[in-house]
Write a protein that binds this ligand. Sequence first.
Ligand code: 8YV
Length: 321
Amino acid sequence: MPPVDLLLLKPMQPSVMEALAERFTLHRADTAPDLEAFYAEVGPRIRAMATGAQAPVDAALLARLPNLEIVASFGVGYDTIDTATAAARGVVVTNTPDVLSDEVADLTLGLLLATLRQIPQADRYLRAGHWPTKPYPLTPTLRGRTVGILGLGRIGRAIATRLEGFGVQIAYHGRRRQADVRYAYHASLLDMARAVDVLVVVAPGGPETDGLVDAGVLAALGPQGILVNVARGSVVDEEALVAALKAGTILGAGLDVFAREPHVPADLVAMDHVVLLPHVGSGSVHTREAMGRLVVDNLIHWFSGRGPLTPVPETPWSGRT
Ligand code: 8YV
């Protein structure tokens, strides 16, 4: 059988590119001089796509690929993929869950502690030579806090497990109570925000969660409140967050994700009571390699007739176990 034609919207990390090139005929949209001509020529031949969160896979693109069978996405979040249109077309969508949960949870705890104990600020203070003149000011603490997790999925649970070791109270909000955990459940996000003083956002992006953390939630979190977002910028109303940070409605924020990445609002960059990261939650060599392998393995499994390894819940795959 001739190699399957696979579409790449953007280059992926070298290990993935190499593994894909061994087994598939790659077609790169990002290097095509004329996209119309590119899709007219290769569109009907494409049976597979490998992609990441940065490039949208929308209905218009899917329409150009009439013989597409599978979209293998790099990352656990897949809010940039129109899964409804894919499902209606019978196109399988896969993501890379589990292999990144511990890494993102580790980073979340690091970001939370960095925000509360002002680790980057203290580092800047030392480098600027201020220490001999005056000790670094005392900081807020994690001690005695209650942490509310918005979205107790696989990553949320990994965060909660770590937080248990830190001896803090844990609460969560999501669509439903989970029978197998003993953390306090809040059916309303607003009620949870009132009950906690750290809010960790780890809910998936997309229309259902767009702007969920709004001015009201931030006000409920209160003047000692810390917001940590490692999910998607879209889940937080960024303008409301900037206003809340400026007004002292909340104490500070640790952010790994933003509404219009890689754009970060200048207002946030100018603030000293926030810790800002360039979306690095899963970004270790170890974990990105594991994610890359899962992208490739999903494709290999599919084209060897064994079905996808990690189809997303919306995908029309009858062989799900
Ligand atoms: C990655 C992520 O940064 O998995 C996700 O949903 O946001 C991150 O792990 C991203 O997918 C890399 O492109």
